[in-house]
Design a protein around this ligand. Structure first.
Ligand code: FE2
Length: 278
């Protein structure tokens, strides 16, 4: 395959500025929602951040321009901090208050998909020659990810059946090491996944969460996009895990008819929803 064993670290960073595109995808990730609203006793906070409130603020920011709503709102996992059905209901309520378009959700390591089967029932989305395939890298009881044999097989079958001219894959865990302290959380069989996606020839990029930071890398002709969390951020490119003081955010992709992608990260104002760093 025409991929490198590791990404060119020079290309890791925030991806290029967005241009005008044919379709718009808004990616939110790692919302880490609780079943009940935050309370004075500290319940509902993740490192001091009210995750329901930060999600609402990110959605307000991203969806402020009602003339340009996304064609797809993509939620790349760790939806729940406590995987109770009420946490998933709070995601849908927050979205429904602000957006009536298509939504595609996939599970992360904090999720328990069987608690919210309707949330994860849809597995792909298509429009105007593009297809987004949602992959399940969740492994029950484990922080790291893997694609089960059946999921890998489903991906092969979906790609074979797809009439799309361009494809994006979406998954919670990053498929390879990205010079991040969360490297141990990558997809165990990510090399096989990348090989399968690269071999198709129509797959333009992979969107993921889990790393709680903005990441952009290129491997062969595949673009890899990691999004900031709507809740707490992790410090990028450091040897040891640490929280970061950047504001919550999301990622936009403009995808064009000719297969080109332009992407940008959008964050709340500096100092919004500060995490307790220690
Ligand atoms: Fe997360």
């Amino acid at each position: 395959m025409a991929t490198k064993a590791a990404p060119d670290t020079r290309s890791v960073g925030v991806s290029p500025t967005v241009g005008s595109g044919d379709l718009r995808i808004l990616q939110i990730t790692d919302t880490h929602l609780f079943p009940r609203p935050a309370s004075d006793d500290g319940y509902g906070l993740l490192a001091g951040v009210d995750t329901r409130a930060s999600l609402g603020a990110v959605l307000d920011m991203a969806l402020a321009d009602t003339a340009l709503p996304p064609d797809l709102l993509l939620v790349t996992g760790d939806i729940a901090q406590e995987p109770h059905s009420a946490a998933y209901a709070s995601l849908h309520a927050a979205i429904a208050e602000r957006y009536q378009g298509d939504v595609l959700c996939l599970p992360g390591n904090h999720d328990e998909p069987e608690r919210a089967p309707a949330t994860f029932a849809q597995r792909n989305w298509s429009k105007a020659g593009w297809q987004v395939l949602a992959l399940d890298s969740h492994v029950h009881g484990e922080e790291g990810g893997a694609l089960a044999d059946a999921e890998m097989e489903r991906l092969s079958v979906e790609l074979e059946a797809s009439q799309a001219r361009h494809v994006l894959a979406a998954v919670h865990h990053p498929p390879l090491e990205l010079a991040s302290p969360l490297d141990h959380g990558r997809i165990k069989n990510g090399a096989r996944l990348l090989e399968l996606l690269a071999a198709d020839g129509r797959v333009r990029g992979i969107l993921f969460g889990h790393v709680h930071q903005a990441v952009y890398a290129e491997i062969g002709h595949l673009a890899l996009y990691g999004s900031p969390s709507t809740s707490v951020q992790f410090k990028p490119l450091v040897g040891q895990f640490a929280l970061d003081n950047q504001a919550p955010g999301c990622r936009w992709l403009n995808i064009k008819d000719n297969g080109e992608i332009a992407s940008r990260v959008q964050r709340l104002a500096d100092g919004s929803f500060p995490a307790q760093l220690s």
